[in-house]
Write a protein that binds this ligand. Structure first.
Ligand SMILES: [Zn+2]
Length: 260
C-alpha cells in the first residue's frame, strides 16, 4: 500500500459537509450497522475496507463497534450488526430499515487528502446514505494510532457521533473536535449532553449518581416498574458479517485546503 499518507493535522471530514446535525434517528432503539464488502460501489470506486483496515475483521470491527457502544450506552440508542449485500452506496431506499444493509453503513474508498472520513449525519437529508461512514482509504489506520497513523477507535468515535446527529465540538478535549488530535478514550460531558438532547436518557432505576455522564440504566415505566431489558447488542457476540458502509456527498463537493 504505497499510497498511504502519513498523519498530519487533518480534519476528520470536509468542512463543506452540509451542517445538518441535530436531527435524531426516527427509531434509535433499533438501529443497525453493516460493513460494505470490498467491491461495493462507493460513488464510482470500489470499497476497499477489508483491505485497508488493520488486522482481522474481528479486530478492527470490534474497534468500530466499541466506538458505537461508547455513544449508545449514554442514551436510548441500540445498534445491531447486520449483513451487507454490497449494493451501491446511496441506492434509493428508506432512511432506516433497508434490508440490504445497515442504517449506518461503513465503507472505504480513496478521498481527497484533506479528509479522513466522511459521514452523513442522521436527519434531514434522508435516504439510505443517512448515517453512512466513508473512510479515506489513502489514510493509514491502526489500533493504537502509532506514529504517523490514525487510531481507528478515536476517528470512529467522532464519526459515529455524527452518524447519530451530534455536531463537531470546539472543545479540544472532545473527540468531536474537528481536527484529529491523537488517542481518545471516550466522550466528555458535553458530548453526552449533546447526545441526550437527541436521544433522551431517563433517570436510572437505582442510581448511585445520575450525572450527565452516567450510562443509561434500566428505565421505569409510568407505573414505576422497570420495563423488560432491550434486546442484546448483537455485535457483542462478534459474529460479524462482512459488511460496512459509507457516507454521503463527499467525493462530489468542492474541497478547501487543509487547515491546522
Ligand atoms: Zn466532525
Amino acid at each position: 500500500m504505497a499510497r498511504k499518507s502519513l498523519l498530519q493535522l487533518t480534519r476528520l471530514e470536509d468542512r463543506t459537509t452540509p451542517a445538518v446535525f441535530g436531527s435524531p434517528w426516527a427509531d434509535a432503539r433499533h438501529l443497525t450497522v453493516s460493513f460494505a464488502p470490498d467491491g461495493t460501489n462507493i460513488d464510482g470506486a470500489p470499497s476497499d475496507l477489508f483491505q485497508i483496515m488493520p488486522g482481522q475483521p474481528s479486530i478492527w470491527q470490534t474497534e468500530i463497534l466499541r466506538a458505537i457502544e461508547t455513544w449508545a450506552q449514554y442514551a436510548n440508542v441500540n445498534v445491531s450488526v447486520v449483513p451487507d449485500s454490497g449494493v451501491d452506496e446511496g441506492v434509493p431506499g428508506p432512511t432506516q430499515g433497508d434490508p440490504r444493509f445497515g442504517d449506518i453503513r461503513i465503507s472505504s474508498r480513496p478521498l481527497s487528502d484533506n479528509v479522513v472520513v466522511i459521514t452523513t449525519p442522521s436527519g434531514v437529508l434522508g435516504g439510505t446514505r443517512t448515517g453512512d461512514i466513508i473512510i479515506n482509504s489513502n489514510k493509514w489506520f491502526t489500533i493504537g494510532g502509532w506514529y504517523g497513523t490514525y487510531d481507528l477507535y478515536s476517528v470512529m468515535l467522532q464519526e459515529v457521533g455524527h452518524a447519530l446527529g451530534v455536531a463537531n465540538s470546539t472543545d479540544p478535549s472532545s473527540p468531536m473536535y474537528e481536527t484529529y488530535s491523537g488517542l481518545r478514550n471516550g466522550l466528555i460531558a458535553s458530548d453526552v449532553a449533546n447526545l441526550q438532547t437527541l436521544y433522551a436518557c431517563g433517570p436510572r432505576t437505582s442510581p448511585t449518581r445520575a450525572t450527565a455522564t452516567t450510562p443509561c440504566g434500566p428505565r421505569r415505566t409510568s407505573n414505576g416498574r422497570t420495563p423488560p431489558s432491550p434486546p442484546p447488542r448483537l455485535w457483542s457476540r462478534l459474529t460479524l458479517p462482512r459488511a460496512w458502509t459509507s457516507i454521503a456527498t463527499a467525493s462530489r463537493r468542492p474541497r478547501r485546503a487543509p487547515t491546522g
